[in-house]
Design a protein around this ligand. Structure first.
Ligand SMILES: O=c1ccn([C@@H]2O[C@H](COP(=O)(O)O)[C@@H](O)[C@H]2O)c(=O)[nH]1
Length: 309
């Protein structure tokens, strides 16, 4: 899957991911009204609104982008109907030939991680049969339980040719509280980065490992250091747009081949119609605003990368 991701980034010239984080207050009223008319103001109604919203955004942007990142929390809040909308979204994006990164941030003791891995990127045995539950291409993993929490995910990746993005330095304001703590004089995120590089060594695709990392756009200096520590890891970079990250902050997340990083924007794209910049497009045409936001994000990152060449 890492080869497919790299290939699609090369073809689209767009090292970006559209984050599908459909909070109800981002979903235009006409979509909510139609869903509630069909299913009532229920969890099913919310899930229907989420699905119709996602579908419109994917239809409007899929030709420009290599990948999407549905954030499972936004679906889980609507219980079982929400999870069904998550699965429908994963399947639809795969039909559109997009790489799907499930932002699930799982990680537990080994036996529990094995179940998460089977459910999201692998298969589960039921009697004589095997089933792929959610079937994303990549998932995000929290490594803070240590190797035995991560290894079951790696084992499934090897078997199924899928991939991981492991949290190394997250984009949120308080990420330093624990992640920047010094251990033998070095910040913890650097040690985790070294471990990601080590895990990735035996998981190589053609040019990059399928064991990648998450490093926030909001910490560009740390991104620069981590790029050197993990030269073969693809870096998933959240924090662009709504969290303040800009193209100019991202140049050191990339390698000299122009690859190695893929930048996520969720609210900045799916709720673009609410921004003043795209206001003239109007709520009724929210998906066109998302397309414009994708084009602008591609141009911003491309411009920043060209400026340092
Ligand atoms: O360090 C991290 C890890 C994950 N995220 C997730 O990415 C998106 C960001 O959404 P925006 O609307 O573009 O801010 C969201 O799903 C987070 O859970 C992150 O932000 N930082």
């Amino acid at each position: 899957m890492i080869n497919k991701l790299t290939e699609k980034i090369r073809k689209t010239h767009a090292p970006i991911v559209v984050g599908l984080d459909p909070m109800l207050n981002y979903i235009p009223k006409h979509i909510q009204d139609a869903a509630f008319k069909e299913c009532g103001e229920t969890l099913e109604g919310a899930a229907e609104a989420v699905w119709q919203f996602n579908k419109a955004i994917v239809d409007a942007t899929h030709d420009l982008i290599p990948a999407v990142k549905p954030q499972i929390a936004m679906y889980e809040q609507f219980g079982i109907p929400g999870l069904m909308a998550f699965k429908k979204t994963v399947d639809y994006c795969k039909e559109k030939d997009l790489v799907v990164i499930g932002d699930i941030k799982r990680g537990d003791i080994g036996s529990t991680s094995a179940a998460y891995a089977a459910g999201h990127i692998g298969r589960v045995q039921v009697g004589s049969k095997e089933y792929a539950g959610f079937d994303e291409d990549f998932v995000t993993v929290n490594p803070y339980l240590g190797s035995d929490g991560v290894n079951p995910f790696i084992d499934v990746c090897k078997k199924e040719k899928k991939g991981l993005f492991i949290l190394v330095k997250t984009s949120n304001p308080s990420s330093g509280e624990f992640q920047d703590q010094l251990v033998n004089g070095r910040p913890l995120y650097e040690l985790v980065g070294e471990k990601v590089a080590e895990w990735g060594q035996e998981c190589m695709g053609d040019s990059y490992s399928y064991i990648g990392a998450v490093v926030g756009a909001t910490y560009p200096e740390m991104g620069k250091i981590l790029r050197r520590i993990m030269p073969k890891a693809y870096i998933l970079v959240p924090g662009y747009g709504a969290q303040g990250g800009q193209g100019k902050d991202l140049v050191h997340f990339f390698n000299e081949d122009g690859l190695g990083a893929i930048v996520n924007s969720s609210r900045g794209i799916i709720a673009a119609y609410k921004q003043e910049k795209y206001a003239e497009i109007g709520e009724a045409n929210f998906a066109d605003a998302s397309r414009r936001a994708v084009e602008d994000m591609i141009a911003d990152i491309d411009g920043a990368l060209k400026a340092v060449k």
